[in-house]
Design a protein around this ligand. Sequence first.
Ligand SMILES: NC(=O)c1ccc[n+]([C@@H]2O[C@H](COP(=O)([O-])OP(=O)(O)OC[C@H]3O[C@@H](n4cnc5c(N)ncnc54)[C@H](OP(=O)(O)O)[C@@H]3O)[C@@H](O)[C@H]2O)c1
Length: 303
Amino acid sequence: MSVDHDNDVLLLVCASGKQCSSLLPLLQGKWRHLRLHVNSQASEERLKTRYPEAEVVRASLDNVDHVRRIMCGVATVFHVGPSFHPREKEMGCFMVDAAVEEAKRGTFKHFIYSSVLSPQLRKLMNHDCKNHVEEHLMESGLNFTILQPSTFLDNFPIKYLAQQEKPVFPALWDTNVSFSYTALDDLAEAVSKVIEEREKHYMAQYAACSTMPMPNSALVAMAAKVLGKDVEVSRIPFQESVDMLCKRLYATTEVDARTRDEPERMILFYNRRGLLGNPGVLEWILGRKATAPEEWMRRQVGG
Ligand SMILES: NC(=O)c1ccc[n+]([C@@H]2O[C@H](COP(=O)([O-])OP(=O)(O)OC[C@H]3O[C@@H](n4cnc5c(N)ncnc54)[C@H](OP(=O)(O)O)[C@@H]3O)[C@@H](O)[C@H]2O)c1
């Protein structure tokens, strides 16, 4: 059952976000029926201008009727949950339920879920909710593929550091804790393969890391080498770090308590433990070596 680029509807959820922004250029021009889900009017306008051939649909994913509407007639969905949303679990489960309804009508083929590395880590609220969505998906009877990216390498502020005469890296957590990182371009290429190769990836769960574990301090040292200048580390106090993450994610620190809980718990966890994975699976999907952080940094600053 290979993909039918002329008749299948491909739906990307959170199409304005970081993951889909890297994925969309790889899909453009291939799919006649590309449906892009957004939440805000600003993203709707931006994507309509950028991708005039696509159908851009606005929907609140915590509204079952909205979810059914965007899922109507879909063959493949790439589902990404909104960052740190207190109802991310319900949204994912609604998406799975709507896909099951479509499958009964015969059009639905493949549910691709962008989860997170080690969703079993329950102390991380943004992991725990994905664990529930994974369970719901596995029990749904749908053909699924789960990709589990780690913290994005692209979060590292190399361009910001490059602009500074005396660069200072704002450390929101202990820089000696190790993480495996995922380069967004590697993830996008893997997702596009999974979409195109369909059955080859049915019932698969893939850890999607680009690197072995390494501390943030190693990235800072690499940045100093790439930029050819010292990079100082400034450790930000806990509540200030939470505020900075809230600002980055929601453009404000005025968020309700449940929304603040998620970045707060993440920083507490990251201060002691990181996310540990291995690039082997991602490299197998890509058929090449994953992006090395130094190579990524040089590309970002044109070095
Ligand atoms: N950041 C990381 O390092 C990392 C690593 C692994 C996994 N993840 C996971 O990746 C996911 C986020 O993906 P991303 O980074 O591509 O997105 P993102 O850049 O954080 O963008 C957030 C997206 O969520 C949408 N959104 C916000 N509120 C919504 C709502 N109420 N209903 C529906 N959509 C809503 C936004 O749409 P509008 O633009 O229209 O508002 C936007 O597309 C999260 O689940 C996160 O846990 C992140």
